[in-house]
Design a protein around this ligand. Structure first.
Ligand SMILES: NC(=O)c1ccc[n+]([C@@H]2O[C@H](COP(=O)([O-])OP(=O)(O)OC[C@H]3O[C@@H](n4cnc5c(N)ncnc54)[C@H](OP(=O)(O)O)[C@@H]3O)[C@@H](O)[C@H]2O)c1
Length: 260
């Protein structure tokens, strides 16, 4: 399925800031009908204001850590958009804290938002698609952090790794159907993710410096180009992406370079 066609119905989660906001702006340029979701209603409206053809953009406030409420939000999304062609499951939270110091509740929350919410959304959407004989595309947003463990990011890395393998398995299961699954791994993108990340006690930690990386608008353009090229897994970023093959092929060298 080609993404960004006129009037295509797209639900973007985590659209109140960063990558999700940039994806919404880019999708609106392509003429899509978009549902923006996130917890912060004001910030969602701010995203809407930045989009072309605002009359085609709607907002839905929801907290994806409340995973039992997800079937209800899925139904709401369907009725607001009048169908669903694509879900871009972008919402996610980062962390900053060692495994030893981080509260269990914080790690649970990271898994709820980064993995469990997306797992539930994927199943609801795939079942809807099959029941209505309608093609669909579910796009997950992973991270290169899914590819190797990183200090201070244990639950984040593990939640993204779980998402990666779940979606890869689903992609293979849906192989001969009209339901497609894709996964985009951002490298470093210049957003406020560090500022929103959870510290060991669950409070958001204040970053010492701004998060570096690719400009989100550039990332968004490459994101849709990648989806339209087909396949399952895509990496978008700069030289930091080299860490993935380096870790896979030369793990000892990788850890030596990092000073372990
Ligand atoms: N920036 C990077 O370098 C980078 C690298 C690799 C992967 N990623 C991934 O890219 C995605 C977007 O991150 P970003 O960099 O754009 O960070 P961000 O600016 O912090 O955006 C995160 C988005 O997720 C939403 N979100 C967080 N918790 C939520 C919850 N409980 N319920 C619903 N929505 C929730 C936030 O909305 P509300 O606060 O309004 O709820 C926000 O819109 C994430 O999955 C992240 O892991 C980013």
């Amino acid at each position: 399925m080609k993404v960004l066609m006129q009037d295509q119905k797209i639900w973007i989660t985590g659209a109140s800031s960063g990558i999700g906001r940039a994806l919404a702006i880019e999708a609106a340029r392509g003429g899509a009908r978009i549902l923006l979701s996130g917890r912060n209603a004001e910030a969602l409206e701010a995203t809407r204001q930045l989009c072309d053809q605002r009359e085609h953009i709607q907002c839905l406030s929801c907290d994806l850590s409340d995973t039992d409420a997800i079937p209800g939000w899925f139904e709401q999304a369907l009725s607001l958009l009048g169908g669903l062609d694509v879900i871009i499951a972008n919402a996610g939270i980062g962390q900053w804290g060692t495994a030893l110091d981080t509260d269990d509740a914080v790690e649970h929350r990271l898994f709820q938002v980064n993995f469990e919410a997306n797992r539930r959304l994927l199943k609801l959407y795939a079942r809807y698609s099959r029941a209505n004989q309608r093609p669909g595309l579910f796009v997950g947003v992973g991270s290169i952090a899914a590819k190797f463990g990183q200090p201070q990011l244990a639950a984040y890395s593990a939640s993204k790794a779980a998402l990666t393998l779940y979606l890869e398995s689903a992609w293979r299961e849906f192989h001969s159907s009209d339901f497609a699954v894709q996964l985009v791994h951002p490298g470093m993108v210049q957003t406020d993710i560090m500022h929103h990340s959870l510290g060991p006690d669950g409070r958001t930690s204040v970053p010492e410096k701004a998060h570096r990386g690719m400009d989100p608008e550039r990332f968004a353009r490459r994101f849709f180009r990648a989806l339209n090229s087909g396949g399952f897994e895509h990496y978008i970023g700069g030289t930091e992406l080299l860490s993935v093959p380096l870790h896979a092929l030369f793990p000892r060298l990788f850890y030596r370079l990092l000073g372990r």
